[in-house]
Design a protein around this ligand. Sequence first.
Ligand code: PAF
Length: 279
Amino acid sequence: MQIFKTRRELQQFALGARRSGKSIALVPTMGFLHEGHTSLMDIARSKADIVIVSIFVNPKQFAPTEDFDRYPRDFEGDRAKCEAHGVDVIFAPEISDMYDGNSSTWVEETILSQPLCGASRPTFYRGVTTVVAKLFLLAQPDYAVFGLKDAQQCFVIQRMVRDLDFPVEIIPAPLVRDADGLALSSRNRYLSDDERRRALSIHQSLLKAKERIIREKSSANAIAEAVASVTAAGGRVDYIEILDCDTMTAPNSETRRVILAAAAFFGTTRLIDNEIFEL
Ligand code: PAF
């Protein structure tokens, strides 16, 4: 396994691999890798000759009030997991290499990025699309694998790829949960045992709401009940909403697939989760 620290090394390697006819799959991450990430690596491994994992805590997607400084980092642990899952290249640049001091270009998707996390974190998605566009140009992937825990991120990136003609296929990968149902996230490590136990209410409430929406063919009461359950468990709900997956607007008679998405704080930790289903 090779480790590249600079954009130049990665791009030269990727262009050379493409010239020699090898296919490339990219798994973009911010590190502190867990089984959700390794499931993405396994999918990437099954798709392409070369698997590249990027590990970069991207400052452009954090607001000044957010957890950039304390975001968990463990390069040696990440390296071992990548090695164990057959990764060929880790790309782990410094911020100063990834962004020149006066970089002033952004890539921004302006519709699907607006609701849900985009409403609560208004600068988040343009930070994500900017870094992912750069990673695509550096790693030259045929495939890029993104987890559906961040389903809105996946939809925004698919739209960016379509709109800007990136020659890459986005592979959305199933959300991975712990045995107790909590969606895996690097941020779970911030939770105390008690917060973690109470945070299970997010997934439980989403499952109950999903059943009720399908049964009643209406979402208002089901969502109100879900908000009440998460609040009763001590969570501060940021949003629980149902949206059409294709438009990220309220479902209508044309809608086929919906996302029932939630974000809630337990203590200071903001967790997200979702259920995607057909109406
Ligand atoms: O999902 C993440 O970990 C990040 O948003 C990503 C896609 C690696 C961009 O920094």
